[in-house]
Design a binder for this molecule. Structure first.
Ligand code: SDX
Length: 434
C-alpha cells in the first residue's frame, strides 16, 4: 500500500471547514480514500449499506477484477490454478502461505492435513441430536462450532502456532464433517477417512463407500471435485468472508469464526445459490418454459430471480463459471450423460439471458453457482449438500483471511455505526395511560 500524491478533499456547500484525506494505492485495482478521521473531524459518518463502495481492510490474498472477469489467488489466475496448478491442497498451501509449494513442501503439507482428517470420536454424538432430514448447513454450523470444545490446546489466537494448528484441523476435518452430515441424512454408517487417498478422493470415499462393498474412486470425477474446490476456495471480501473477519475481530476462536462464515454462506443470495439454481432449473423443466420464466424474472413484483446469475463484483462473465461449465461437460461425458436435460436447459437459459437486454443492461452474467449444481448432481451429491461443499472449499479462504486479519497491525474490532432514524428521547407512560 503506497500513498498517492493525490489527496481527496471533502468540502461542504455551507462553507464548513473542508477535510483533506489521504488516498492509498494497492498493487492493482481501485485506490482507497482513508476516511478514518472523518467522524472525529466532522462528526459525520459515511453511509454505505451493503458496503458497495467500502474497503474494510487491505489484503494480499485474492484479487478480483469485475469488469475484466479476472480472479487471482496470490497473483495466479484461477484459469491456470484450476487447469495446471496442481490439486486443491496446493491451492490451500498457496492461499495460506502466499506461494505455491515445492515438492517437499507439498509432501509435508499433504501429510499434515491427511493425518488430521479424523474428528474426535465423540463428535458423532452431536449428529445424533439432529433430525435425519436436518439441512446439512445446520449440521455444519453446529458441528464446526462444536469442534472448539475439543481443542482447548489451540484456541489462543495470538499464538501463531495455535493459528497454524487450527487452520490445519479445519481444512482437514471439513470433508469428514460434510461426509458425516450426508451419511447421517441417509441413515448409512459414518465412513472413516483413509490416509492412502488424496484429499478429494478421500472425500468421495467418505461420501459414497459403505462397509458392504469395496469402493473405487473414479479419477475423472475426483479431478472434477478437486476443481470445484479450487474454484470456490476464496473470493476476496464476500459476505461470508467478511462475517469470518468480523467475528474474528472480537477475538473469537477460529472454529466459532468459521461456523459464523458457514451460517452466512447458507443464504440463497450467496453460497445457497447453487442449490437454488438447480431447483430453478428443475422448476423451469424444459426449454419451452424459459420465455415464461424470463417474463417472471423481469416482473419485479414476482420476486423471481435468475439464480446463478449476477454478482456484486463481476459485471462480466465470472471466470469460475466458464471453468465450471467445462467441468460440467467433462463429467457428463465421463458418465455418458452428455444429453443431460438440465445441462441442456442451463445452456439454453444462459444463451437466452446473455442475448436479452434486461440482463445485458444489468450486467447479469452466470456466476460460479450456475453450473456447479449440475456438476455436483452428476457426481451424486444431493442438492441440499451443494452449499456444504462450497463451505468445505471456502474454509481455506476463510482461514487465510482470518489469519491475515489477526496479524494485521491495523486490525481493530469491527464496529460499524448507523444513521439513526428512530424516535427521539421520550417518557415511558404507565400502562393505564398507553
Ligand atoms: C456468490 O460476493 C462474492 O464474491 C460471492 C461469491 C463468492 O465466491 O463468495 O461469488 C459467491 O455468492 C455468487 C452469487 C450467487 N447468488 C446468486 O446467484 C443469487 C442471484 N443473484 C442475485 O441475488 C444478485 O445478483 C447478487 C446478490 C449476487 C448481487 O446483487 P447486487 O450486487 O446487490 O445487485 P442488485 O441486487 O442491486 O442487482 C442489480 C439489478 C437489480 O435490478 P434493478 O433494481 O436495477 O432493476 O439487477 C437485478 C436486480 O433486481 N438482479 C437480478 C439478479 N441479480 C440482480 N435480476 C434477476 N435475477 C438475478 N439473479
Amino acid at each position: 500500500m503506497t500513498n498517492s500524491e493525490i489527496k481527496a478533499t471533502l468540502s461542504f456547500s455551507d462553507g464548513s471547514p473542508s477535510l483533506e484525506m489521504p488516498i492509498y494505492k494497492g498493487t492493482v485495482g481501485p485506490d482507497v480514500i482513508d476516511i478514518r478521521k472523518l467522524y472525529a473531524t466532522t462528526g459525520m459518518f459515511t453511509y454505505d449499506p451493503g458496503f458497495m463502495s467500502t474497503a474494510a481492510c487491505n489484503s494480499s490474498i485474492t484479487y478480483i477484477d469485475g469488469d475484466k472477469g479476472e480472479l487471482l489467488y496470490r497473483g495466479y489466475p484461477i484459469e491456470q490454478l484450476a487447469v495446471n496448478g496442481g490439486d486443491f491442497l496446493e491451492t490451500c498451501y498457496l492461499l495460506l502461505n502466499g506461494e505455491l509449494p515445492n515438492a517437499a513442501e507439498k509432501e509435508k503439507f499433504v501429510a499434515t492435513v491427511t493425518n488430521h482428517t479424523m474428528v474426535h470420536e465423540q463428535m458423532q454424538f452431536f449428529f445424533r441430536g439432529f433430525r435425519r432430514d436436518a439441512h446439512p448447513m445446520s449440521v455444519l454450523v453446529g458441528t464446526v462450532g462444536a469442534l472448539a470444545s475439543f481443542y482447548h490446546d489451540s484456541l489462543d489466537i495470538n499464538d501463531p502456532h495455535h493459528r497454524e494448528v487450527s487452520a490445519i484441523r479445519l481444512i482437514a476435518k471439513m470433508p469428514t464433517l460434510v461426509a458425516m452430515a450426508y451419511k447421517y441424512s441417509i441413515g448409512q454408517p459414518f465412513v472413516y477417512p483413509r490416509n492412502d487417498l488424496s484429499y478429494s478422493a478421500n472425500f468421495m470415499h467418505m461420501m459414497f463407500s459403505t462397509p458392504c462393498a469395496p469402493y473405487k474412486t473414479n479419477e475423472v470425477l475426483v479431478r472434477a471435485l478437486d476443481r470445484i474446490l479450487i474454484l470456490h476456495a476464496d473470493h476476496e471480501q464476500n459476505a461470508s468472508t467478511s462475517t469470518v473477519r468480523l467475528a474474528g475481530s472480537s477475538g473469537a476462536n477460529p472454529f466459532a469464526c468459521i461456523a459464523a462464515g458457514i451460517a452466512c454462506l447458507w443464504g440463497p443470495a450467496h453460497g445457497g445459490a447453487n442449490e437454488a439454481a438447480l431447483s430453478m432449473l428443475e422448476e423451469i423443466g424444459s426449454v419451452d418454459h424459459i420465455p415464461e420464466f424470463i417474463r417472471q424474472v423481469k416482473d419485479k413484483n414476482s420476486g423471481v430471480k435468475l439464480m446463478g446469475f449476477g454478482h456484486r463484483v463481476y459485471k462480466n462473465y465470472d471466470p469460475r463459471a466458464k471453468l465450471m461449465r467445462e467441468t460440467c461437460y467433462e463429467v457428463l461425458q465421463e458418465l455418458g450423460l452428455q444429453d443431460d436435460p438440465l445441462f441442456k436447459l442451463a445452456m439454453a437459459l444462459e444463451k437466452i439471458a446473455l442475448e436479452d437486454e434486461y440482463f445485458v443492461s444489468r450486467k447479469l452474467y452466470p456466476n460460479v453457482d450456475f453450473y456447479s449444481g449440475i456438476v455436483q448432481r452428476a457426481l451424486g451429491i444431493p442438492t441440499s449438500l451443494f452449499t456444504g461443499i462450497f463451505a468445505l472449499a471456502r474454509t481455506v479462504g476463510w482461514i487465510a483471511q482470518w489469519k491475515e486479519m489477526i496479524s494485521d497491525p491495523e486490525q481493530k474490532i469491527g464496529r460499524p455505526r448507523q444513521l439513526f432514524v428512530g424516535s427521539q428521547t421520550r417518557e415511558v407512560q404507565p400502562i393505564e395511560k398507553r
